[in-house]
Design a protein around this ligand. Structure first.
Ligand code: ZN
Length: 185
Protein backbone atom coordinates (compact mmCIF):
# COMPACT_ATOMS: atom_id res chain seq x y z
CA UNK A 1 0.00 0.00 0.00
CA UNK A 2 1.34 3.43 -0.97
CA UNK A 3 2.10 5.70 1.95
CA UNK A 4 0.66 8.49 -0.13
CA UNK A 5 -2.73 6.79 -0.47
CA UNK A 6 -5.63 9.19 -0.07
CA UNK A 7 -7.10 9.39 3.43
CA UNK A 8 -10.47 7.99 2.31
CA UNK A 9 -8.84 4.83 1.02
CA UNK A 10 -6.84 4.38 4.21
CA UNK A 11 -9.98 4.69 6.31
CA UNK A 12 -11.74 2.16 4.11
CA UNK A 13 -8.86 -0.30 4.48
CA UNK A 14 -8.82 0.28 8.22
CA UNK A 15 -12.53 -0.52 8.44
CA UNK A 16 -12.08 -3.69 6.35
CA UNK A 17 -9.31 -4.84 8.68
CA UNK A 18 -11.41 -4.09 11.75
CA UNK A 19 -14.19 -6.25 10.33
CA UNK A 20 -11.78 -9.05 9.41
CA UNK A 21 -10.34 -9.16 12.95
CA UNK A 22 -13.70 -9.07 14.71
CA UNK A 23 -14.10 -12.37 16.58
CA UNK A 24 -16.75 -14.72 15.25
CA UNK A 25 -17.94 -18.27 15.89
CA UNK A 26 -16.46 -20.91 13.58
CA UNK A 27 -18.20 -24.09 12.42
CA UNK A 28 -16.08 -25.98 15.01
CA UNK A 29 -17.35 -23.62 17.74
CA UNK A 30 -20.93 -24.38 16.72
CA UNK A 31 -20.32 -28.15 16.67
CA UNK A 32 -18.72 -27.86 20.14
CA UNK A 33 -21.70 -25.83 21.36
CA UNK A 34 -24.01 -28.65 20.28
CA UNK A 35 -21.84 -30.99 22.32
CA UNK A 36 -22.01 -28.60 25.31
CA UNK A 37 -25.81 -28.48 24.95
CA UNK A 38 -25.95 -32.29 25.13
CA UNK A 39 -23.89 -32.09 28.34
CA UNK A 40 -26.32 -29.46 29.67
CA UNK A 41 -29.21 -31.83 28.97
CA UNK A 42 -27.35 -34.63 30.80
CA UNK A 43 -26.91 -32.24 33.74
CA UNK A 44 -30.65 -31.56 33.86
CA UNK A 45 -31.35 -35.31 33.78
CA UNK A 46 -29.02 -35.66 36.82
CA UNK A 47 -30.79 -32.87 38.72
CA UNK A 48 -28.04 -30.31 38.06
CA UNK A 49 -28.49 -26.87 36.51
CA UNK A 50 -28.33 -27.49 32.74
CA UNK A 51 -25.03 -25.91 31.80
CA UNK A 52 -22.35 -27.67 29.74
CA UNK A 53 -18.83 -26.76 28.65
CA UNK A 54 -16.17 -28.06 26.27
CA UNK A 55 -12.51 -27.06 25.95
CA UNK A 56 -10.87 -27.86 22.63
CA UNK A 57 -7.53 -27.19 21.00
CA UNK A 58 -8.26 -24.31 18.63
CA UNK A 59 -5.90 -25.38 15.85
CA UNK A 60 -6.85 -29.06 15.70
CA UNK A 61 -10.38 -29.24 17.13
CA UNK A 62 -9.22 -31.92 19.58
CA UNK A 63 -11.46 -32.02 22.67
CA UNK A 64 -9.37 -31.73 25.85
CA UNK A 65 -12.15 -31.65 28.44
CA UNK A 66 -15.89 -31.48 28.81
CA UNK A 67 -18.11 -31.09 31.86
CA UNK A 68 -21.50 -30.13 33.18
CA UNK A 69 -22.44 -28.56 36.50
CA UNK A 70 -21.85 -30.75 39.58
CA UNK A 71 -22.82 -28.43 42.41
CA UNK A 72 -25.69 -30.58 43.67
CA UNK A 73 -24.09 -34.02 43.38
CA UNK A 74 -20.64 -32.96 44.70
CA UNK A 75 -21.94 -30.32 47.17
CA UNK A 76 -19.34 -28.11 45.54
CA UNK A 77 -19.94 -24.34 45.39
CA UNK A 78 -17.33 -24.18 42.58
CA UNK A 79 -18.96 -26.98 40.56
CA UNK A 80 -19.60 -24.89 37.45
CA UNK A 81 -19.23 -26.61 34.07
CA UNK A 82 -16.67 -24.23 32.57
CA UNK A 83 -14.50 -24.12 35.71
CA UNK A 84 -14.33 -27.93 35.80
CA UNK A 85 -13.62 -28.09 32.05
CA UNK A 86 -10.83 -25.49 32.28
CA UNK A 87 -9.14 -27.37 35.15
CA UNK A 88 -9.46 -30.72 33.37
CA UNK A 89 -8.11 -29.21 30.14
CA UNK A 90 -4.97 -28.04 31.97
CA UNK A 91 -4.40 -31.59 33.20
CA UNK A 92 -5.04 -33.09 29.75
CA UNK A 93 -2.67 -30.62 28.12
CA UNK A 94 0.00 -30.83 30.82
CA UNK A 95 0.01 -27.03 31.01
CA UNK A 96 -2.13 -24.56 32.96
CA UNK A 97 -1.79 -22.01 30.14
CA UNK A 98 -4.69 -22.49 27.78
CA UNK A 99 -3.79 -19.84 25.17
CA UNK A 100 -4.06 -22.43 22.42
CA UNK A 101 -7.56 -23.49 23.54
CA UNK A 102 -11.15 -22.46 23.00
CA UNK A 103 -13.70 -22.71 25.82
CA UNK A 104 -17.28 -23.24 24.70
CA UNK A 105 -19.98 -22.94 27.39
CA UNK A 106 -23.76 -22.80 27.10
CA UNK A 107 -24.23 -19.88 29.55
CA UNK A 108 -22.30 -16.64 30.05
CA UNK A 109 -19.68 -17.33 32.78
CA UNK A 110 -20.04 -15.88 36.30
CA UNK A 111 -17.35 -13.86 38.09
CA UNK A 112 -15.73 -16.98 39.57
CA UNK A 113 -15.44 -18.68 36.18
CA UNK A 114 -14.46 -15.53 34.28
CA UNK A 115 -11.65 -15.13 36.84
CA UNK A 116 -10.49 -18.68 36.16
CA UNK A 117 -10.68 -18.06 32.39
CA UNK A 118 -8.40 -15.01 32.71
CA UNK A 119 -6.02 -16.90 35.05
CA UNK A 120 -5.85 -19.85 32.66
CA UNK A 121 -5.18 -17.43 29.76
CA UNK A 122 -7.87 -19.15 27.71
CA UNK A 123 -7.30 -18.20 24.08
CA UNK A 124 -10.92 -17.98 22.94
CA UNK A 125 -14.27 -17.92 24.75
CA UNK A 126 -17.55 -18.80 23.07
CA UNK A 127 -20.79 -18.81 25.07
CA UNK A 128 -24.50 -19.29 24.46
CA UNK A 129 -27.16 -17.49 26.50
CA UNK A 130 -26.44 -14.25 28.35
CA UNK A 131 -26.88 -14.33 32.14
CA UNK A 132 -28.29 -10.97 33.20
CA UNK A 133 -28.23 -12.00 36.91
CA UNK A 134 -24.65 -13.26 37.23
CA UNK A 135 -22.84 -12.93 33.89
CA UNK A 136 -19.37 -11.44 34.30
CA UNK A 137 -18.30 -11.42 30.65
CA UNK A 138 -20.76 -8.88 29.26
CA UNK A 139 -23.89 -8.55 31.45
CA UNK A 140 -22.69 -7.32 34.87
CA UNK A 141 -18.92 -7.10 34.38
CA UNK A 142 -16.47 -7.43 31.51
CA UNK A 143 -13.78 -9.38 33.33
CA UNK A 144 -12.39 -10.99 30.20
CA UNK A 145 -11.78 -7.60 28.57
CA UNK A 146 -10.54 -5.53 31.52
CA UNK A 147 -7.36 -3.72 30.39
CA UNK A 148 -6.07 -3.76 34.00
CA UNK A 149 -5.79 -7.56 33.94
CA UNK A 150 -2.87 -9.31 32.26
CA UNK A 151 -4.93 -11.40 29.85
CA UNK A 152 -7.77 -10.32 27.59
CA UNK A 153 -10.14 -12.15 25.28
CA UNK A 154 -12.81 -10.88 22.94
CA UNK A 155 -15.74 -13.11 23.96
CA UNK A 156 -18.14 -14.46 21.35
CA UNK A 157 -21.63 -14.61 22.88
CA UNK A 158 -25.09 -15.62 21.72
CA UNK A 159 -24.02 -18.85 19.95
CA UNK A 160 -27.04 -21.23 19.97
CA UNK A 161 -28.35 -19.05 22.81
CA UNK A 162 -31.98 -20.04 22.30
CA UNK A 163 -31.73 -23.80 23.04
CA UNK A 164 -29.43 -23.01 25.99
CA UNK A 165 -31.88 -20.53 27.52
CA UNK A 166 -34.77 -22.91 26.85
CA UNK A 167 -33.04 -25.74 28.76
CA UNK A 168 -32.48 -23.42 31.72
CA UNK A 169 -36.05 -22.08 31.68
CA UNK A 170 -37.55 -25.59 31.56
CA UNK A 171 -35.28 -26.80 34.36
CA UNK A 172 -36.05 -23.96 36.77
CA UNK A 173 -39.75 -24.04 35.90
CA UNK A 174 -39.86 -27.75 36.82
CA UNK A 175 -37.88 -27.15 40.01
CA UNK A 176 -40.23 -24.35 41.11
CA UNK A 177 -43.23 -26.56 40.40
CA UNK A 178 -41.74 -29.34 42.56
CA UNK A 179 -40.99 -26.92 45.38
CA UNK A 180 -44.44 -25.34 45.27
CA UNK A 181 -46.16 -28.70 45.50
CA UNK A 182 -47.98 -29.14 48.84
CA UNK A 183 -46.38 -31.56 51.32
CA UNK A 184 -47.40 -35.22 51.00
CA UNK A 185 -48.50 -34.98 47.37
ZN1 ZN B 1 -19.41 -19.89 37.06
Amino acid sequence: MSRLAPRGRLLRLHRLNARKHHAHATTTDIAMMRRALALAQAAADAGEAPIGAVVYETATGRVLAQAHNTRESHHDPAGHAELIAVREAGKALGDWRLNACTLVVTLEPCAMCAGAIVNARVGRLVYGAADPKAGAVASLYRLCQDPRLNHRIEPIGGVLARPSAELLRAFFRARRARRDKPKGS
